[in-house]
Design a binder for this molecule. Sequence first.
Ligand code: NAD
Length: 468
Amino acid sequence: MSDFGMLIDGRRVDAAATFLVTNPATGAVVGAAANATPSDLDAAVAAAQRAFETWSKKSDLELKAACEAVVAKIQEHAEEIAQLLTAEQGKPLNGMGSRFELSGAAAWAGHTASLSLPVKVLQDNNEGRVELYRKPLGVVGSITPWNWPVMIAVWHILPAIRTGNTVVIKPSPHTPLSTVRLVEIINEALPPGVVNVVTSDDVTHNIGGAMSSHPGIRKMVFTGSIATGKKVMMNAAETMKRLTLELGGNDAGIVLPDVDPKAIAEGLFWGGFINNGQTCAAMKRLYVHEDVYDEVCAALVDYARNVPVGNGQEEGAVLGPIANRMQFDKVKRLVDAASTKGRVLLGGKPGDGLFFPPTLIADLSAEDPLVAEEQFGPALPIIKYSDVEDAIAQANATENGLGGSVWSKNVEKAREIGRRLECGSVWINKHGAIQPNAPFGGVKSSGLGVEFGEEGLAEYTDIQVVFS
Ligand code: NAD
């Protein structure tokens, strides 16, 4: 067991109390994290404010070079952090697990380093010159979830520092250790105070709440559930913070009658079960046309039954356990309820500890909780439809609006249907594929603002227009 402090002003800071982080595959203790008090948060914000004085005055080239140095550090320490991530989160080292997450983190960091927001000349004529500048905001508060903790930390930290801001990050209490280690290695490449991390069990003190209302923080970037996102928004109102909120989803996939079921089974499976379904933009409801319904169900079962589930630290595992008890209980409740209404095609019963096999339940309808709620786990409800207008209406009948997909041999028709889905990202014949040059965000209650690309970078700045 190892102990992890916090990192404030470039120095390790221990708290009077700690909390334990366990491996969901075995229950073994992975390490003890520092349990921050509000005064630790104040110290981190003060350090970030001091660092902002010089960091915000760096030239664009200096900021770019510093971000490139961060990329090199992530690459250098990727395997070490992947091992720690698997130990605390449960996802496998291989497949779309920890090594994949670390290589994604490095790729996103690299792309973000390469972006810039140059001065825009809006007008330059006899009547005058009008220039649009992008200015850093100050201290950015980042709060991250437990599903892709390292990747999401990079999504928050890199655009913030690339645009001259400084950061205080608070990871989820379920997965704080890989973020602490990430911030330690990032600090090897940056001046003290530019990136700080505080950790909290969320019980002793509500550090996330304190961040959202902290007068020294100018922007919150939050990734997590809709319910907590609303609290962040409310707490941020008094100090008029800028907000980027990446929240939950209940993405629908719509399968049209012209598909080849066997050809799409693998894509459908990983669309729903990436990271054991614990992914914001995973496919969480599958609507299949009656003409191909039985064939699609059978092809999915054929593919899913061969996916190796096991302790993520074993090289052969491709899916691990559910990441924590709270999430396991939620998935079990939803699957138990769905099992009484629908037809369990595969799985349905928990395994040992926090393991839950890939579960496919057919013949469900809109009011079943596994369809209506975000399950965020390895259980996919399948719903039969006969009229595509009805499938579209059901897909849209939710407060969520993160992603959606349409599956068909006719890409043009699929794109037309996809454009009618009320969500921030639409995929054709795939689901959940995101990339660092394409803005990503939710509509309706799934969020506010976007991440990635120049549009995402701009959210870490205020506009100043100079008229001369
Ligand atoms: P969560 O909302 O329970 O927790 C997220 C973070 O908020 C954690 O760090 C937690 O400690 C912190 N927090 C708790 N109470 C708080 C408060 N009062 N104020 C501020 N922060 C507080 O979410 P989770 O269970 O960690 O993550 C799963 C959810 O995240 C799912 O709904 C998923 O869809 C969503 N998610 C969205 C995206 C996206 O990009 N849209 C990405 C990943 C996950």
